[in-house]
Design a protein around this ligand. Structure first.
Ligand code: FAD
Ligand code: MG
Length: 296
């Protein structure tokens, strides 16, 4: 079957794009592998009407609302390849079947590469986070750590005092200069310049290499991000190199550099969240619809 639009990635951004197209009675296929970025967290915060809702429940509600429209199909699958054809795009799904779409929306998210510290990965989304707006409030102004991963961590360390008593763990990844030290001091940030051995404990203990144990309520760190899928690159989409990693370049309507290909959500913006993914997705859906009606 040929679809008006094939949406690759069926999380918050992709489903929001699909909603606009469904309401325009266009045929849509959503292909989703179900690896949402926030799947490690028990609750999603900050999205109006969904504040505190488990991420999967939020996604399930969105999917039920979207699939209520008769022109929307859904495949739980991995899209491997996409290529331009004469009249649209061909998408290879699960290595076997090919589907056709007149337009493509990429909502494939990103993958977080976590700092290599024993005990960190299993605490990701529980007591170790990257986004203060998502998980800072619930720490109840408690003891907060910032784990340096690069000079960018300076930004984190300067923000987090608004959420609690903040300790900046340099861990050999970053050495603030005199000016930066003064800025940290002005924000009341404590500095630990020793090396960390591992993270431990039910809540969170930072075990230093010198044997000291520093208890925290939560730890923040900046991850290195990689595109959630190679498909944008296969299609020839241009990327912007941002401090944390690559993002698909889009204009203000979420059109990528390749005609007929739109991109939205974390894949195409810096520092995304659910609300922004839903907003960008709605724009991408409307823009794809406009391009179907009026040409590219
Ligand atoms: P994602 O939700 O990451 O979804 C991308 C989807 O595309 C996935 O389902 C993936 O499987 C699919 N996909 C990728 N490639 C393919 C392919 N080739 N074929 C098929 N499917 C594919 N934000 C908040 O607003 N509040 C929070 O409390 C919050 N907490 C967070 C906690 C953690 C630990 C993390 C890491 C992030 C958190 N975020 C939070 C951020 C939030 O997760 C993202 O901003 C949001 O998920 C972005 O939505 P998206 O639709 O762009 O991408
Ligand atoms: Mg944008």
């Amino acid at each position: 079957m040929d679809y008006d639009v094939v949406i690759i990635g069926g999380s918050y951004a992709g489903m929001s794009a699909g909603m606009q197209l469904a309401r325009a009675r266009r045929s849509v296929l959503v292909i989703d592998a179900g690896q949402r970025r926030n799947r490690y967290a028990a609750a999603s915060h900050g999205f109006l009407t969904g504040d505190g809702t488990p991420p999967d429940a939020l996604a399930a509600q969105g999917r039920a609302q979207l699939l209520a429209y008769g022109t929307v199909d859904w495949r739980e699958a991995q899209a491997q390849r996409a290529e331009k054809t004469e009249d649209g795009f061909l998408v290879l799904v699960d290595g076997m079947s090919a589907v056709k779409g007149k337009r493509i929306i990429l909502a494939t998210g990103i993958v977080d590469h976590l700092p290599d510290l024993p005990g960190l990965a299993e605490r990701w989304g529980r007591t170790v986070f990257h986004c203060p707006y998502c998980h800072g409030y619930e720490l109840q102004q408690g003891r907060i750590g910032v784990l340096a991963s690069s000079p960018l961590s300076m930004h984190h360390a300067l923000m987090l005092p608004d959420w609690g008593e903040t300790t900046f763990f340099l861990n050999g990844s970053f050495a603030p200069d005199t000016e930066q030290l003064a800025a940290l001091r002005a924000r009341g940030v404590h500095i630990q310049d020793g090396m960390i051995e591992r993270l431990a404990g039910e809540t969170l203990d930072v075990v230093m290499k010198d044997g000291r144990i520093i208890p925290l309520d939560g730890l923040f760190t900046i991850t290195r991000i990689l595109p959630g899928s190679p498909i944008a690159a296969q299609l020839g989409c241009e990327f912007d190199e941002m401090p944390m990693g690559l993002q698909i370049r889009t204009d203000s309507t979420q059109a990528s550099s390749v005609p007929g290909v739109f991109a939205c959500g974390d894949a195409a913006r810096l520092a995304g969240n659910v609300a922004l993914a839903v907003g960008d997705g709605a724009m991408a859906g409307v823009a794809a619809h406009r391009s179907l009606m009026f040409g590219l």
